[in-house]
Design a protein around this ligand. Structure first.
Ligand SMILES: Nc1ncnc2c1ncn2[C@@H]1O[C@H](COP(=O)(O)OP(=O)(O)O)[C@@H](O)[C@H]1O
Ligand SMILES: [Mg+2]
Length: 262
């Protein structure tokens, strides 16, 4: 076990060093090591090793996104390309996590901070599974171990597909309608509300919108679910109005129509 562990640690080290070269001018050494330490502590490396041992992962190539709460890597699995989302333990927004975990009958927030992050990763996995089951267009979830989620890669050759905010759509109305239909399916069929839907969490791939970043999605019985639904619809319609001058009724009206099946 320890040999393989060292191997993975070395591999991560290499990937991080490549990143470091890329951002060298911006980050001081000491700061860089702090960042590295924060995302890839021993527990995280162990979970990564487990994914390799299970055969879920056969390779990891580079970091495609490094945010405050997670790091997303491009990798390979037996079925092809995968995205590996590593939730950060130390810079997690625990308050936010607890709010979305409690109130969702499927989960209960543990006392231990580290465990809260593990629950958060599992929550994203379970949400993806449930959405996929009901035909919501999301990356196919593959596995979750500790704070690491493995899912289908949206994009090709390790290059992620662009986000909705970064493309110029030729037929924006079609995408808007498709997104609203996915919100409807999510609510009416999967009984879930995304809760953070926006042009930042929709990828455009194969001429279709793909919904990502679903860790905070809650069941409709969550006390805030309806207001979360309204905010999701508001962010989407405002974006299409601002960028593409498409006018739609107010979010409450749309929500009522989606919910009543009109
Ligand atoms: N399944 C995926 N395939 C390819 N790229 C992905 C995938 N999931 C996430 N990404 C990339 O990683 C970025 C961050 O992922 P996201 O789930 O939105 O995490 P967060 O916003 O919490 O950091 C996305 O904007 C996208 O570029
Ligand atoms: Mg996001």
């Amino acid at each position: 076990m320890s040999n393989k562990f060292d191997e993975i640690e070395t591999r991560i080290e290499k990937i991080l060093n490549r990143e470091k070269d890329k951002i060298k001018e911006k980050v001081k050494d000491s700061e860089y090591y702090k960042v590295r330490q924060l995302a890839f502590d021993t527990g995280t490396l162990r979970s990564l090793l487990k994914l390799f041992n299970k055969g879920v992962l056969t390779d990891i190539s580079w970091i495609i996104n490094s945010g405050k709460e997670s790091v997303v890597l491009a990798g390979e699995g037996p079925q092809g390309e995968v995205a590996v989302k590593v939730y950060r333990i130390y810079t997690a927004n625990f308050k936010r996590y607890i709010h979305y975990i409690n109130g969702d009958y499927r989960f209960r927030a543990p006392k231990d901070k580290r465990k809260i992050v593990l629950t958060w990763a599992k929550k994203e996995y379970r949400n993806l599974r449930r959405m996929e089951l009901f035909g919501v267009r999301v990356p196919k979830p593959i596995d979750v171990v500790g704070n690491i989620l493995v899912m289908e890669f949206i994009g090709k050759n390790g290059i992620p597909a662009p986000l909705l905010k970064d493309v110029e759509l030729e037929s924006p109305k079609r995408y808007l309608m498709d997104i609203l239909e996915n919100i409807r399916k999510m609510y009416m069929e999967a009984s879930l509300v995304h809760g953070d839907l926006s042009e930042y969490n929709i990828m455009i791939w194969k001429d279709l919108p793909w919904i990502i970043d679903v860790s905070q999605a809650v069941v409709v019985s969550h006390p805030n679910s309806f207001s979360l639904l309204i905010s999701d619809i508001r962010r989407i319609t405002s974006f299409f109005k601002k960028r593409y001058r498409i006018n739609l009724p107010d979010p409450y009206k749309i929500a009522n129509e989606l919910v009543s099946g009109k």
